[in-house]
Write a protein that binds this ligand. Structure first.
Ligand code: FAD
Length: 544
């Protein structure tokens, strides 16, 4: 059987997990775990990754979706962090043009705002230097008139000028999946819907994990030498499974984003602007919508599916209405949204926005390696640090796993050459030749990069609903999508950015998935019900 990252090969995968001894077992399939899997597999470690929900279902599908240098951390004098993530930004882009798009960002300068003109100039100059920003993408200082010309919706009475600079927009969940697909290609095994429920010990050292397959209820064990806890907001819960746990490390804060139709807030560029309480938020146009975020409040509730409250919604709408008074938004304009939890490493008495976004590593007495904190953007460096610790411990057994090469590894779909526009143009023609409308062909080429031909082949073979079927089949057979929500949230982002289309195609998608995954009628109905529950929760955002 051809080895694919496919939901259809789940049976064989669980068999392999039980029958092998791994150098490294990773708990958590968010961007941190995925990055570690890629790094470890590319160093030659026999690697397994275990995820209890879908891959990226935690924070890694709930971010602001920017690969960014973290300009605001300069205010906190986190120079090293800014320098590192700034440089990482360029590496993520180089290795995955299809999930990272350069985006002009406008920073309006306002009376009483968090940055004066001189601070913005010095800060962004330092940022360009620390992040080694390319010549064409460096900051440009703007007069008030120039800022208004670029973004006519800005509030004019308090505006003093602006700065334009570059950031990169991503799809966080797709980025995570592309990293995992590459890790799998290099030999790592990864499985979703499988929860780590405990540890296996040998002479008080962790030498494996007890797991439950949540799709069948079966318990089994996965054995290995080194174990990394990359549980994101669940890091403490995972640590507590250890008999020798050493106290909680995380401080969780919630960040909410709202989505409105582009027509309601038709920004020409992404804008990063001041909010009267001293924070800053983004408004980002994308795929016919504009999304706004984020809040940053302490969080103590349940970790799965954190809710968006009326207070979160009103805070963001008020902030937007204050900066863009010509395009006033009301709760009924909100079409979708999401809430994510920042797994921040505890500080002493700081406000949520002030806690460092740095990552930290801990090794317990039992040998459990835990990595927490950090950013999507810095995933590769975080992975390198965590994998280095595992490598050192493995090397005591005489092996050499010290060299990290992920800087040069293209993610799955990333073999597009330097000129991505030329690549996309050529692929689009290929798509048109198999009968795709030009916009759909271009969309597929830009989304799936060098994997697009596989989708074109599925498209050719599909008897009806060809585009939906091609994307679904690819998601199942190459991206391990196992539920309707996996497809509509993590593989396509549809629930966030095109909820109307999700409602329209949900039934057809369910029928297709049922056929491909041999679902019973009951399984199909359960899937539809689960997705409907999510749609209802989102639609409540504008009613609460
Ligand atoms: P997660 O993605 O949460 O992954 C942890 C995984 O572990 C989960 O999928 C969970 O199901 C799994 N897990 C937990 N327990 C178990 C168990 N017992 N068994 C098996 N699996 C388990 N960063 C940026 O660079 N750019 C941004 O624009 C940005 N914006 C953000 C906006 C918000 C609102 C938030 C909250 C964060 C943002 N970040 C951003 C930070 C970034 O999103 C996170 O740092 C990153 O996604 C964390 O990834 P992770 O893999 O550590 O955690």
């Amino acid at each position: 059987m051809e080895k694919k990252f496919s939901a259809l090969q789940r049976g064989s995968l669980t068999g392999q997990l039980q029958n092998q001894y791994f150098d490294l077992i990773i708990i958590g399939g968010g961007v941190t775990g995925a990055g570690i899997a890629l790094d470890a597999a590319s160093r030659g470690m026999k690697t397994a990754l275990i995820e209890m929900q879908d891959f990226a279902a935690g924070t890694s599908s709930r971010s602001t979706k920017l690969i960014h240098g973290g300009l605001r951390y300069l205010k906190q004098l986190e120079i090293k962090l800014v320098a590192e993530v700034g440089k990482e930004r360029a590496i993520v882009y180089k290795n995955a043009h299809h999930v990272t798009h350069p985006e002009v960002m406008l920073l309006p300068l306002i009376k009483g705002g968090s940055l004066s003109k001189i601070e913005a100039f010095l800060g962004l100059t330092l940022y360009d230097y620390l992040a080694r920003v390319k010549k064409g993408e460096r900051r440009k200082m703007l007069s008030k008139e120039e800022a208004i010309l670029i973004e006519p919706l800005l509030r004019k009475d308090i505006l003093t000028g602006g700065v334009s600079y570059y950031e990169y927009r991503t799809d966080d969940a797709r980025l995570t999946i592309e990293i995992l697909k590459k890790a799998f290609e290099l030999g790592a095994l990864a499985i979703n819907y499988t929860k780590v429920t405990g540890f296996i010990y040998r002479r008080e050292h962790i030498k494996g994990v007890k797991v439950k397959d949540l799709t069948t209820g079966t318990d089994y064990e996965v054995k290995g030498s080194q174990i990394i806890n990359a549980g994101g907001p669940w890091v403490d819960e995972v640590s507590m499974l250890d008999n020798f746990a050493e106290g909680k490390k995380l401080h969780l804060t919630k960040g909410v984003h709202l989505v409105v139709d582009y027509i309601k807030l038709p920004l020409r560029h992404s804008v990063y602007f001041d909010v009267p309480d001293g924070r800053m938020i983004f408004a980002i146009p994308r795929e016919g919508k504009t999304y706004i975020g984020t809040t940053d409040t302490d969080y103590y509730g349940k970790l799965e599916e954190p809710e968006i409250t009326a207070k979160d919604r009103d805070y963001l709408l008020k902030a937007c209405n204050s900066m863009f008074p010509g395009a006033p938004l009301s709760p009924s304009d909100v079409e979708s949204g999401w809430a994510g939890l920042r797994p921040l490493v505890k500080g002493k008495g700081e406000s949520p926005s002030a806690i460092s976004r740095k990552d930290e590593l801990f090794v317990s007495k039992t040998g459990l390696i835990t990595i927490a904190g950090g950013k999507l953007t810095g995933y590769r460096k975080m992975a390198q640090r965590a994998t280095n610790v595992a490598a050192l411990r493995l090397e005591k057994g005489g092996k050499d796993y010290s060299s990290c090469s992920t800087k040069k590894i293209k993610l799955s779909g990333g073999d597009t050459g330097e000129d991505f526009e030329a690549f996309a143009k050529e692929k689009t023609q290929e798509g048109v030749a198999v009968g795709l409308p030009i916009e759909d062909a271009a969309f597929l080429a830009k989304t799936y990069g060098s994997n697009t031909t596989i989708l074109f082949n599925y498209y050719k073979e599909a008897p009806y609903d060809k585009l939906l079927q091609a994307r679904l089949q690819y998601a199942i057979e190459h991206e391990m999508a196992a539920t309707l929500s996996d497809y509509f949230i993590r593989r396509t982002g549809g629930l966030y950015f095109n909820i109307a289309e999700v409602k329209k195609t949900m039934e057809n998608a369910a029928n297709n998935m049922a056929k491909l995954l041999s679902w019973s009628d009951e399984q199909k109905q359960l899937n539809i019900k689960e997705l409907e529950g999510k749609i209802n929760a989102i639609e409540l955002i504008n009613k609460v």
